[in-house]
Structure formats: C-alpha cells, structure tokens
Design a protein. Structure first.
Length: 339
C-alpha cells in the first residue's frame, strides 16, 4: 500500500505520543504504584463509600484561567495542576462534601510529554492533598486552535456528603461570626489584570525573583481542615473566595434577612496584594478581583472559635473579620483594607 498523502500526524496530531502519555498516567496515578485500571477506558468506575447513611453526590468543575500563561512564560508547570484540583475541591467542601474523584481535561496545540507529565505531577499532588483519586481525563491535541506552546486545562471533581451534614443557609443566625482563613496568595483568579499590569509596566517576570515566585504559587487546598470542622459540627456555613472576591462569594451563602457585616480593616493581605495595590489599582477593583488575603470564609458561633483555630497550622489560622446582622443587603463593608 502506498504511503498516504494526507495523514492525521501531518495535520499536527500525533496519536502515538498521546498513547504514550495515557500509558504514563495509568502507571503513575494508581494507589501503591499499581496500574490505574480506570485510565485508558471509556469511563471510570468508582465506589460510593459505605459509611454514608443518605449519600448525596456533589460535583464541581473549574479551570485556572490565564494563570496558565504565567506557567508558560516561566516554563514551570508542576504547580498549575495543584491549582486545578484546588479550584474544584474547595468548592465541594462549601456544601460539606468530601472529595472522592477527580478528572482533568488538557487541550494543547502539540503533545509535549515533558510538559504534560509536569502538569500531571501537580494534579496528582493536589489529589493527594485533598485525599481524592484521579480516575480519568482527556488530553486533546488541537493544532490550529492553540498557537505554539499554548494550552488550557480544566478539572471536574465529585464528592459525597451525608444528607444531614449538608451545609445550608438556614443554619446561619444573627450574631454568628465570620472568620477568614488566610490564602496562600493570589490563588487562581485575577491573572488577566496582573498580566495586563506586567505588560503595561514592561516588567520582565523572569528577571523579577519576587514576582516569579509569587505569581506561580499554588492555590491553598482547604479540604482536610474544613472537613474536620464539619465532622465536629464547628461551623454553620463557609465560602470559597474566588473570582468576585469577598462580596460575590459570601453573598451566595447568605440567607434572606441577614447580612454579613465585614470589617475590612481586620483583613490581613498578603504582601503580593500590597504590591498589586501600588500599581494604580483601586480598593474596589482589588476587592472584586482578588481574594486579598482571605482564601476561604467560615461562619460559626462565637464559642467555637478557639476549637476551630486549634485545627489549623499557625500560618493558616482563621481570624474574625465580621459578624452576621439583620439586614436586606447581604454584604456590608466597614472601614478600609490596610494594605
């Protein structure tokens, strides 16, 4: 048979390289170094834990936005996978769910095994931190859709919660306190603004040691700590502070007739946010774009604060930033952030 004039590989898709990556995943994601039998099939099969009386499935999907461009510019890909897992599992625990399984989607202009293995290493680490299993995913080689070296990633997580343990708005009462769990940094939101600043200010990221470290710092995964709080009935509700900042995310868990009164002067911004603020960014823009140092919020009775704080490492110890009061406006801000 004559060689085909037109082939899939000539169009830019290399199936053999993709197969190599799938084989690598199956050999490196199973527990105790055993082959992950889910990888490579058409779908993954997982058990629902038996210790749940009335199990409810909770699902979440997300990406890391243009933080992938920071990874590309620094040629550093081993942490972006942690971000991907964090953005999904941190949403699951808001409703009290324990993460069980995770799937990823990677789309790229051309298969680069070294880059993909590095991304996978981060995803594996994120799954280990959150005690869930990478059970499958998809890698799509898409020449013509992405320019040279460009890629995108998305994640999908599934968790389970007992019906009686679901965190609901109606549990929140007047005089409950709002606690902030510190963020590890920018997490995975607001990078389009950051990249705009870098471009306009002509900042060479590769030559700036401080920014080079901070902008690729992975998102904190709050799963272990928050699940302990839920198991011990120490919190009534919580919120993952992502795009939209404190206001947009806290109001999603606020019941009618009650308001979260936040004293912004109590917030402790990471150094990186103080730097962003100096780049001619207003307070309002900072608060609606970034977490500003508050990665996650808890709502709890005042007499539970000491017990809550004991479950956290000193670096991420929760502290009070507000109180639940009566009101029609779901979020109220007092004072100003001390940048």
């Amino acid at each position: 048979m004559k060689n085909s004039k037109f082939t899939y590989q000539k169009s830019g898709v290399n199936i053999s390289e993709a197969d190599k990556f799938v084989n690598f995943i199956s050999q490196n994601t199973g527990k105790k170094k055993k082959k992950n039998k889910n990888i490579g099939g058409f779908g993954s099969i997982s058990n629902i834990p038996k210790n749940f009386k009335e199990p409810k499935i909770v699902a979440s999907t997300d990406g890391v936005g243009t933080k992938v461009e920071i990874a590309n510019s620094l040629n550093k890909f081993n942490t972006i996978g942690i971000d991907l897992v964090a953005m999904c599992v941190n949403d699951l625990i808001v409703q009290g769910a324990r993460p069980l399984i995770f799937l990823d989607y990677i789309s790229i202009n051309k298969i680069n095994l070294k880059k993909l293995k590095s991304i996978l290493a981060g995803i594996n680490k994120g799954c280990n931190i959150s005690n869930c299993t990478l059970v499958g995913g998809e890698t799509a080689e898409m020449p013509g859709t992405y320019s040279k070296n460009k890629f995108d990633i998305a994640g999908f997580a599934v968790g389970v919660v007992d019906k009686k343990k679901i965190l609901k708005k109606n549990k929140i009462k007047k005089n409950d306190l709002i606690l902030a769990i510190p963020s590890s940094g920018i997490h995975s939101n607001g990078f389009s603004l950051i990249r705009y600043i870098l471009k306009k200010k002509r900042i060479n990221l590769k030559k700036n040691k401080y920014l080079k470290k901070e902008l690729i710092r992975p998102t904190k995964i709050y799963v272990k700590e928050v699940l302990k709080l839920i198991q011990q009935n120490l919190i009534k509700s919580c919120a993952n502070i992502t795009g939209g900042g404190l206001e947009d995310n806290l109001k999603r868990v606020m019941p009618e007739g009650l308001s979260a009164n936040i004293d912004l002067s109590k917030i402790k911004p990471n150094k990186i946010f103080s730097w962003i603020k100096t780049q001619n960014v207003s307070d309002d823009e900072m608060l609606k774009t970034f977490n500003c140092g508050v990665g996650f919020c808890l709502i709890a009775k005042s007499n539970n604060i000491f017990k809550i704080q004991k479950l956290f490492h000193r670096k991420f110890k929760p502290y009070v930033i507000g109180k639940i009061v009566k009101g029609k406006t779901k979020i109220k801000f007092d004072e100003k952030v001390q940048w």
